[in-house]
Design a protein around this ligand. Sequence first.
Ligand code: BES
Ligand code: ZN
Length: 452
Amino acid sequence: MAHSGNIRAVSTDLEDLFAFLRFPSISTDSRHAGDVKACATWLLEKLDAMGLRTELHETPKHPLVIARNTHVAGRRTLLIYGHYDVQPVDPLELWTSDPFQPEIRDGLIWARGATDNKGQMLAHVLGVEKLLRENNELPLNLIFLFEGEEEIGSPNLAPFLQENCDALRCDVIAISDTGMVAPGIPTFGYGLRGIACCEVTLRGPKGDLHSGLFGGAVANPAAAIARLVASLHHADGRVAINGFYDQVRPLETWEREMWSRIPGAGDADFLKVTGSPTLFGEPGYSSAERTWARPTAEVNGIGGGYQGEGSKTVLPAEAFVKLSLRLVPDQCPEMIMQQVEAHLRQHCPPGVEIEIDNGHYGAPYITDPNSKYGLAAQAALRAAFDAQPVLIREGGSIPIVQTFRDILGADTLLLGLALPDAQIHAPNENFPVENFEAGIRLNQKLLEELAR
Ligand code: BES
Ligand code: ZN
């Protein structure tokens, strides 16, 4: 890792964020369970010091952190959700600086979790801290709900919501864990894609074989997985799974019209941000439409056989692929998974055995951007950024959002601060200092607007 000069945090807000970012709270890696816990404890102490009533709830994996002000009957209740866990950092050698030693370079904070979600999450906390400092109280009833398992599909949050739904009753939910179309353009999200994940393993011979001695006499699992994966799409990019598009809600004309005018979300912008040679996807849709409102099937990883330097004439005993399907209203994750499984079994080439392990599920989400609370959120965004917000749906997933609606009966306002090139889940994740500061202002405004 090449280190450039480490510019130190320059405000107490940034010092807080740097302290928060130094915990390697990687939820998927059990070797980091202690770090996840330490991060939760730091957060709890921060919220405590702000004068909120805090609770740490252990779960079978990572703890939940909850904090409340003193609730007053008759006032509106806002629940703010965020996650303090982060994704793994590998490949580590591609980071310019240590992912858990935050640095500011070129106005950006570089660290794992800087955008997803610690920077955005702490902006919620510090916005509230400012309001409390100024007024000694908040204009509404507030519940902070922070979890350490979002990046592994929130396995313990839904059961917790079920058991504590009375204590968590609220009028509306706010989350800053989504995107912003371009710097300086406030972005209000009114939809999220859902997700369904699975891992497929194809098994052939009982062990790896010499490809000269046995190749041609038995099926090759690596070749078979390639054919199986190829069967998932038509050549033009449409998903070839039977029934896959049956429940898809068509895009509204006003959405297509509105999205076509959003700066930073044109096809040319997608080409630039991705660095791909060309764009490719379902015919008849723009990149924004393809990612925000159309379902997809993606290969997240594929393997089998020799991966080292040079060649090795082996016929691998098995091969695997990790798949994720992104879903849109009104697709149902369980039903889609059944269709996927039927497709995989039907298209599995001869000579291998197939095993399908289902991973996490999350339902898609959509709400009315111009509801009473939606308009309040837009007003807060306008005030914090001094610009007119744009309205988008999100390509990513936060599965708990639809679960919030199902269990708590409340809708979620998505106040994204993540820029397209924030490198979330990848090396060199970053978050502009400017967005962190705007996020703090945004939360002050949001509470005021929602209290009206
Ligand atoms: N914050 C992201 C989701 C996100 C990012 C939504 C940017 C919209 C814009 C979240 O932490 C995430 O990564 N979610 C996962 C889903 C989860 C089940 C692993 C995802 O979308 O892959
Ligand atoms: Zn994430």
